[in-house]
Design a protein around this ligand. Structure first.
Ligand code: CA
Length: 407
C-alpha cells in the first residue's frame, strides 16, 4: 500500500480579499489549516502551523503528527505574545500522516478529513465548532445548523490555549481510498452529497477533482477561503519517489482573486445592501392577489369583480405595511451575541435568521477582539444562547469577557 496521486488547491473565494488558509502536501503528510484573526494574523497563524508540520516531515521518521501540531501551537502563541498585530490569532489544523497500513490524523477546529471508499463518503473528523456543539447539546437541530449564521465559529483552535487539546485518530487505509482534507470554505458552501458526487465524477484526475470542488464552492457564493487537498491510496510497494499528477509546487497552485471581487471585514459575509431586502421580501402575497382566472369572463363582470376586490387588496396592503413596520421595529430593538466569520465575538442587532441563505435579519453592531475559541465551553453555551436581549445587556455580557481576556 502506498500513496498514489495527490492534488491541492487553495482559493480566496469570491468575498474575501485575502486567503488565510494554508495547506501541506508533503507525502506522507497532508494537511489544511484555516487561519483567523485581524489583518495578516490569520495567514501567519495557518502558515506557522503548516510550517511546523512540513519541518516534521523534513526532519525524517518517525513523524509524530500530534507533536508537530503542538509545536505549531507553541509558535503561534509565541508570535501572538511578541507581535501586537498578531495578538489573538489562531488556526484550525487537520493533518493526515500516511503510515504502512494506517492513517494517523491530528485535528483541531472545523476543517475536515473525508474518506471516499467505493462510493461512500465519510467524514472522519468531528467539527470543533459552535454549531456542532449546539447540535450535540440539543439547542439546534442538524437542519438549523446547516444554514446557521454562526456555522463558521470554531470552539477549539491552535494559538488560543497553551495546552490545546488535539484529537488523534487512526484509520485503516485500503487501496482505492481517496482522502479529502478541506477548510470550511468548501463544506459551508457545498453539501456532503455534492462533495461525494464531484469526487466520484472526477476520480480519474484528482487535479480535476480539487478544481471542481473549489469551483462548486465559488458557484455557491464562495463566501470564505476554500482549500482542498486530495490523495489516494493504491496497492503495491512504496516507490522511492511519487510525483503525483500536479506538477506545480503548492504555492504556485494558489489562486488569489482580484481585489475588486472582494470586500473587507466581517461585512464580507454580510454586505450592507442585504438590509433593504428585508423590507422588500414580504411583498410577494400582494402580487399574487390579482391573478387572472383561467376562463375569461365578460369584460363587465371582470371590472365589477375588480371593484369588489379593491377593499380587500387595500386592507391586505395596510396589514402588510403594519406587519413590516412591526417587524422592523422588533428587529431594531433585539440583539443577540454571536461571532463573526473570523471567529470574533460580536453583538448583532436583529434575529439570528437567514432567509433563503442570502437575506440576513441581523447586522453586527459591535465586534469584539475576543475570539469565541478563547472561551470555555460553558461560557460559550451561556453567551451564545440565542436569547434576544437589549443592546446594553448584550454589550455588557461581551465586555465582561473582554476585561478578562484581552491583553
Ligand atoms: Ca474558513
Amino acid at each position: 500500500m502506498r500513496i498514489g496521486r495527490s492534488a491541492a488547491l487553495s482559493d480566496a473565494g469570491r468575498r474575501r480579499r485575502r486567503n488565510e488558509d494554508s495547506f501541506v502536501r508533503e507525502p506522507p503528510l497532508f494537511a489544511v489549516a484555516d487561519g483567523m484573526g485581524g489583518a495578516l494574523a490569520g495567514e501567519i497563524a495557518s502558515r506557522l502551523a503548516a510550517t511546523a508540520l512540513e519541518e516534521a516531515v523534513h526532519a525524517g521518521p518517525p513523524i509524530d503528527v500530534v507533536a508537530a501540531i503542538r509545536e505549531g501551537n507553541r509558535r503561534i502563541q509565541e508570535r501572538s505574545l511578541t507581535d501586537p498585530a498578531a495578538a489573538g490569532m489562531g488556526t484550525t489544523v487537520t493533518a493526515v500522516l500516511v503510515g504502512e497500513e494506517t492513517l494517523s490524523i491530528g485535528h483541531v477546529g472545523d476543517s475536515r478529513a473525508y474518506r471516499l471508499r467505493g462510493d461512500t463518503l465519510e467524514q472522519l473528523t468531528p467539527d470543533h465548532s459552535l454549531v456542532a456543539e449546539l447540535v450535540r447539546t440539543g439547542q439546534l437541530t442538524p437542519e438549523e445548523a446547516e444554514g446557521h449564521p454562526q456555522r463558521a465559529v470554531i470552539t477549539r483552535a491552535l494559538g488560543t490555549d497553551v495546552n490545546v487539546e488535539v484529537d488523534f485518530l487512526e484509520v485503516v487505509a485500503e487501496p482505492g481510498d481517496v482522502y479529502l482534507l478541506c477548510s470550511d470554505g468548501l463544506t459551508t458552501m457545498v453539501g456532503d452529497r455534492d462533495v461525494r458526487s464531484i469526487l466520484l465524477r472526477e476520480r480519474t484526475s484528482l487535479e480535476a477533482a480539487v478544481r471542481a470542488l473549489v469551483a462548486a464552492a465559488n458557484a455557491a457564493g464562495g463566501e470564505d477561503n476554500i482549500t482542498c487537498v486530495c490523495f489516494e491510496i493504491v496497492a503495491g510497494p512504496s516507490p522511492a519517489e511519487e510525483t503525483g499528477e500536479l506538477p506545480l509546487p503548492p504555492a504556485a497552485a494558489t489562486m488569489i482573486l482580484p481585489a475588486e471581487q472582494a470586500v473587507t471585514g466581517w461585512n464580507d459575509a454580510a454586505p450592507t445592501d442585504t438590509e433593504p431586502t428585508i423590507v422588500g421580501a414580504p411583498t410577494t402575497p400582494a402580487q399574487t392577489v390579482p391573478a387572472a382566472a383561467p376562463t375569461e369572463p365578460p369584460l363587465v363582470t371582470r371590472r365589477h369583480r375588480r371593484h369588489r376586490k379593491l377593499p380587500y387588496v387595500v386592507g391586505l396592503l395596510v396589514l402588510l405595511a403594519v406587519a413590516i413596520a412591526a417587524g422592523l421595529a422588533m428587529l431594531s430593538r433585539v440583539h443577540f451575541v454571536g461571532a463573526d466569520g473570523r471567529g470574533r465575538v460580536a453583538v448583532y442587532q436583529g434575529v439570528p435568521w437567514e432567509l433563503a441563505s442570502r437575506l440576513r435579519l441581523y447586522r453586527a453592531v459591535y465586534v469584539s477582539p475576543v475570539l469565541a475559541a478563547q472561551l470555555s465551553q460553558p461560557e460559550r453555551l451561556r453567551l451564545f444562547d440565542h436569547g434576544l436581549h437589549s443592546k446594553r445587556l448584550a454589550l455588557s455580557a461581551v465586555r465582561a469577557f473582554e476585561r478578562e481576556l484581552v491583553r
